[in-house]
Design a binder for this molecule. Structure first.
Ligand code: SAM
Length: 237
């Protein structure tokens, strides 16, 4: 688990290099979910930015779940500035052992967290257990990058402490084939894993929120592929 200082460094990294992603992610996930109400879990909420973006799109309680109390402190500070903050429930918990009954939640989203899971088979089974029939799970993370990623990225992300965050995430990242193997092992009957890309329509919709897009989002730096795992719990209407 990250130390409290490392959590604050992560937040500063996200604020500088990655914050533009969250409105785009929320727009995309909202469309895939296909509804505007329900109970949601943001699995591994970190600084809480995706939770914040989902709040304004989906009516209903949102569980900002994280294993790390220091991340929760950071998320709480941010969420408490938002209009809909009363709908957020801060659950400090481990994805491998969720504190909810079965058939509890309509939507589970998780961004950039899969590579932390010690036992992804168990983690995905736990998510499936707590989903209501017809409920959806979306997990997004990156593939390992191509061999020549280091130099170009160093030229954009100059702060060694921020570069180290990305280098660690890259070193832990999993290929789509590995995720597929894990999903087969869960025994869950249907799932899809595909490349994830932001849609032009979301960029247009979110343009006011995005501010200046960082250089590494423009395609001039080759960044690794991002994948999305989608699971719908069987038994829904
Ligand atoms: C790279 S951060 C991503 C945070 C956030 N989703 C974002 O995009 O900014 C990964 C987060 O997952 C949390 N995490 C790691 N392992 C976890 C586990 N087993 N159960 C719940 N949360 C976990 C970490 O504490 C951290 O906040």
């Amino acid at each position: 688990m990250l130390s409290p200082e490392a959590c604050y460094t992560y937040k500063r990294f996200v604020d500088k290099y990655q914050k533009y992603i969250y409105p785009l992610l929320a727009a995309n996930l909202h469309r895939r979910y296909g509804k505007s109400s329900g109970r949601v879990i943001d699995m591994g909420t970190g600084p809480g930015y995706l939770t914040g973006e989902l709040l304004s799109r989906i009516e209903g309680p949102i569980h900002a779940l994280d294993i790390n109390p220091a991340m929760h402190e950071i998320a709480y500070e941010y969420i408490s500035t938002l209009d809909h903050r009363k709908r957020v429930i801060f659950d400090q918990a481990d994805i491998h052992d969720l504190p909810y009954g079965s058939d509890f939640v309509d939507l589970i989203v998780s961004y950039s967290c899969y590579h932390h899971w010690e036992n992804p088979v168990r983690a995905i089974r736990e998510c499936y257990r707590v989903l209501k029939p017809g409920g959806k799970l979306f997990v997004i993370d990156t593939e390992p990058p191509a061999d020549d990623w280091e130099m170009p990225l160093r030229s954009v992300i100059r702060e060694p402490e921020y570069f180290a965050i990305i280098a660690k995430a890259f070193s832990e990242s999993r290929t789509m084939q590995e995720v597929e193997r894990v999903c087969r092992e869960t025994g869950i009957p249907e799932f899809t894993i595909s490349e994830f890309q932001f849609e032009a329509e979301d960029i247009v919709e979110c343009i006011d929120d995005l501010g200046e897009m960082p250089e590494w989002s423009s395609g001039s730096i080759s960044s690794p592929k991002t994948w999305i795992l989608e699971i719908v719990k069987q038994g829904g209407l």
